[in-house]
Design a protein around this ligand. Structure first.
Ligand SMILES: *Cc1c(COP(=O)(O)O)cnc(C)c1O
Length: 427
């Protein structure tokens, strides 16, 4: 697989190199130089998730890794199902929250852990990642107990749900957690600054597990195929995906799935009130506002890191920007959507509900809507219970984590303080 740095076309990388590096020079994102469509889509759609995913990922990665190695990665990472559940005649939820940390980030996090463990061959690596809630848990669980890999997770203090926090601050061992006095964009900026600092980047063998890591993106392509595979054949060429978006990794993966030949009619970029992208699609102006806290906190991002990859696909003429429309859903309508879904017998948390709401506004004619169920409702129990006025049971993984004590270090939104802390715990 040939990848190019979107900020510097002379900086090229193989898949394995890019997985290790995370970001390229000038904080540029790596992106495939070309995407060759798959030839046997119908045959692939007939396969089970794991077998199909091995085919897709081997096709993308190319001869850099043996087929059997990719198969091992997939079989170790994708150990849970992604059911497509009908909520009405023409609207479905793709439930991506049946992994160990109950959010779609388990797909990318677990696949990345497989890749990096293989590629690092026992040499020391430090993963530095920022989380808006769910990445931290997925990455922490995926890497917990892998001896040569230390994980440092930055999260915005008091801006994520207590249950989300418990899922990654209770593990200990090689998982180190830091509460930053600031929002997610501030955490993300600290990570970028660290990557620009050779002391830290080279001294600690830094790697980022954010959705900027190409391996996470690759893994996420696979569940778009799984969604279409579960649709009745006559609905397959009419699918509209509503993607609840924050950092826009999920939507990037969906567009790559379409470029690979998966029949997807169009996409809705659904956000909460942090609506930089919907406004951009409407006006052509990129004008991020200050980040606003919402009940869909994993999407409280106003400077989405993955957007340059989508922009690149548009600029190269690979996709027509018209296949993406933006919908921003405010707090009130997020709750309205949760109640409407409950009335249909489907309990949903705020992120996925935003996807559903965007479909209700946008579906026309014979289109079939699929919204991504990005997190389990119990992960946002307090909000779901408040909005719906009914109690939600905790799945075992959450009940166990919530009974444990959280351990994290408090640090101001200050790079030097973070750097000193990292050297004190890792050297
Ligand atoms: C991370 C996350 C999102 C946003 O996904 P992006 O790929 O960052 O756009 C949406 N919902 C939930 C529950 C998440 O954890």
């Amino acid at each position: 697989m040939e990848l190019v740095n979107l900020k510097d076309s002379s900086d090229t990388a193989s898949f394995c190199y890019a997985v290790q590096k995370g970001l390229g020079k000038q904080q540029g994102l790596y992106f495939p130089e070309k995407i060759t469509p798959l030839e046997n889509i119908n045959a692939l759609l007939a396969m089970p998730l794991a077998e199909r995913s091995v085919q897709i990922l081997s096709h993308l990665i190319g001869d850099e890794l043996p087929h059997a190695t990719v198969a091992d990665f997939v079989n170790n990472a994708f150990t849970f199902a992604a059911p497509l559940v009908a909520v009405s005649d023409n609207v479905f939820s793709l439930e991506l929250f049946h992994g160990p940390t109950l959010a779609f980030k388990d797909f990318g996090g677990r696949f990345m852990a497989q890749c990096l463990t293989h590629i690092s061959k026992g040499k020391p690596v430090t993963i530095l990642t920022a989380t808006s809630g769910d990445t931290g848990a997925a990455v922490a669980h995926a890497f917990h107990g892998i001896d040569n890999i230390q994980v440092v997770i930055l999260f915005p203090k008091d801006k994520i749900s207590k249950l989300q926090e418990k899922l990654f601050t209770t593990l200990g061992g090689n998982i180190h957690t830091v509460a930053i006095q600031g929002d997610f964009d501030a955490c993300q900026q600290l990570v970028k600054t660290a990557f620009d600092d050779p002391d830290v980047r080279d001294g600690l063998h830094l790697n980022s597990a954010n959705s900027i890591n190409i391996s996470r993106l690759m893994a996420q392509i696979c569940y778009y195929f799984e969604a279409i595979a579960q649709l009745p054949v006559e609905k397959r060429d009419r699918a509209v995906f509503a993607v609840p978006s924050g950092n826009f990794g999920n939507l990037t993966a969906g567009i790559i799935a379409k470029l690979l030949g998966l029949p997807i009619k169009r996409f809705i970029a659904a956000t909460n009130s942090n609506d930089t992208v919907p406004r951009f699609l409407h006006t052509g102006k990129w004008e991020p506002n200050a980040t606003i806290p919402t009940i869909s906190n994993a999407m409280d991002v106003s400077q989405p890191n993955n957007w340059p990859r989508i922009q690149a696909m548009v600029d190269k003429g690979w996709i027509d920007v018209d296949i993406i429309t933006g919908e921003a859903v405010d707090e009130e309508y997020t709750q309205v959507a949760m109640r409407q879904l409950a009335a249909l017998g489907y309990i949903c948390e705020p992120h996925a509900a935003i996807g559903y709401r965007s479909l209700s506004k946008s579906l026309t004619g014979d289109e079939v809507g699929i919204f991504l169920g990005t997190a389990h409702p119990a992960k946002f129990r307090e909000t779901v219970e408040n909005v719906l006025g009914q109690s939600i049971a905790l799945p075992t993984a959450l009940a166990e984590a919530s009974a444990k004590e959280a351990h994290f270090t408090d640090i101001d939104n200050n790079y030097e303080a973070l750097k000193a802390h990292m050297f004190s715990i890792l050297k």
